[in-house]
Design a protein around this ligand. Sequence first.
Ligand code: GLY
Length: 421
Amino acid sequence: MKVMVIGGGGREHALGWKLSTSGMVNDLLFVPGNGGMEELGECIKTDILDFDAIADIAVQRDVDLTVVGPEEPLVRGIVDHFREKSLKIFGPAAGAAQLEGSKYFAKSLLERHGIPTGEARLFESFDEARTCVESLTPPIVVKADGLAAGKGVIIAESVNEAVVALSQCLVDKVFGKSGERVLIEEYLDGPEVSILTLSDGNGTAHMVASQDHKKAYDGDTGPNTGGMGAYSPVPLLDGHTESYIHKKVMDATIAGMLKDGIPYQGVLYGGLILTSEGPKVLEYNVRFGDPETQAVLPRLQSDLLPAVLATIDGTMADSAMQWSDDYCVCVVIASGGYPGKYAKGVPVTGLKAAASDSHVEVFHAGTKNEDGRIVTSGGRVLNVVARGDSFEEARGLAYQSIKMIDFENMHYRTDIGHRAM
Ligand code: GLY
């Protein structure tokens, strides 16, 4: 099969890497890809929101299957567009992708089907929202309803901070249409865990659990980022709680979507908080997590492709994937200054040496190939991923491999997995 992967980050490199090991895949294309993905297949520089152009590539290149990485094309309807042209594509249609595209849609669905989550209220009026937060005790969660490139969630430590966040959304419209409606949510306290579930709209198969690190600096301090590292499994998640999440949260959500006439096909990412009252849904994403995917896929022993196809063909069974007992740790290397301003075009060295151990993969994110050498092109640059028989072994190997990589002003956290140790 010829498979086209949409996206250009570490998640898509990991997806391409896993698909490249499938006996059923003989050719890979990436749109737009990055410097690392070029080693797996051709990278075509096309706007990932230009659905006509991408569908043309699929037709002209005889692509058998398209796998979508990021949320924005899904929320904007790339799957519907491909289906209209009878092109095979992995992911939810726009209606189902509202689970990420509208936080209010997701919250309403959870409440309607009795799935545990924090309480929330929707506001369109700044004055009404302000009156609401003035009656609350911080921390107060303010969420833009729509997609906001990961920046639409504000955890305010004071009422004043919450009012500022509301004003940015509802008055200044810093998130445009995405922030014209906001949710004021109950703050959920506890460790976070990510669960990825594949579904054909009815049947499900759950991937192994993982946990990411969103803060830029050690000790979970500093600004939020797209993710500075991840690991799998999550030792503090016991088997009982994990199967509760599978049945009462993920399966219940898929069943709720089906019952509501909006079947969910693709991968559903559940971000859950393990509160003292039990697991509660913090958010849903309609795609694989980044960097969770980089820490989860190396543990998948079976072929990913049949499981992906099962979501489309309606043959998903919980036995679709087999997992190793390995531990896997992913450490993200970022450009100095990220998530603020950072330099681009900085040459990167040591990539081959870092990946020389068979238990290590280096997945590229913000890189490009410039005249045969890899240079930085984004905030998150690389993901160094290591497997081991124990958590300590995997973590030690990841950090040992990182030392071989060098570029000016590179930054990575030195404590990925500290919560698991
Ligand atoms: N790791 C968080 C996300 O993928 O949204």
